[in-house]
Design a binder for this molecule. Structure first.
Ligand code: 5GP
Length: 190
């Protein structure tokens, strides 16, 4: 396969998209996760080269200068995230389709770039209040970081209708099953 498809999951942080993406990876062997590069520190059980390529800001900016990113963003002030061209190519070369867990603006940018080869899905949490609760109970961020995430989440919720599909996540099991149905239909037409 020279060029496979792209399945993009975007949502405010805490909406459940990472869990949904992991579920799909366990159910659809033709999918592989696009590992993003980031300048943030690893959290909890996250592994380098598996969850993210954790790199320094200097290295990140060097890659920007060399046009190695298909998209990148300063998602939070001073913290960069980006999708490497080489990552997408690596996955396509192995004969698989790419699945992304990416912020709302990055998701829309990829969708525009790859047109009909991409499906952009917005994971919609029940409400901003529930999102705030979920973010708080993670207990992995400082108070200041948490505030920034919440502020960004409120704005991102307004982007939903720019996506191909809005996937409500009121109940995680239902959302995972629905995501699998949508993705299978997009990839295999069934
Ligand atoms: P977290 O720090 O919670 O892992 O991620 C913060 C946000 O950055 C999430 O919305 C996540 O989906 C997004 N993100 C992760 N990788 C990328 C990327 O390569 N590009 C962009 N634009 N956002 C990303």
């Amino acid at each position: 396969m020279t060029q496979g498809k792209l399945v993009i999951f975007s949502a405010p942080s805490g909406a459940g998209k990472t869990t949904i993406v992991h579920y799909l990876l366990s159910r659809i062997p033709e999918l592989e996760f696009s590992v993003s590069a980031t300048t943030r520190e690893s959290r909890g059980s996250e592994e380098n080269n598996k969850d993210y390529y954790f790199i320094s800001k200097e290295e990140f900016l060097h890659k920007v200068a060399k046009h190695e990113f298909v998209e990148f963003e300063e998602v939070y002030s001073g913290t960069f995230y980006g999708t490497l061209r080489s990552e997408i190519q690596r996955i396509w070369d192995s004969g698989k389709h790419v699945v992304f867990d990416i912020d709302v603006e990055g998701g829309l940018r990829l969708r525009k770039k790859f047109e009909d080869d991409a499906l952009a899905i917005f994971v919609q949490p029940p409400s901003l209040e529930v999102l705030i609760q979920r973010l708080g109970s993670r207990g992995t961020d400082s108070e200041e970081k948490l505030k920034e995430r919440i502020g960004k989440a409120g704005k991102e919720l307004t982007y939903a209708d720019r996506f191909d599909i809005i996937l409500p996540n009121n109940d995680l099991t239902t959302a995972c099953e629905e995501a699998e149905r949508i993705v299978r239909e997009f990839l295999f037409g069934k």
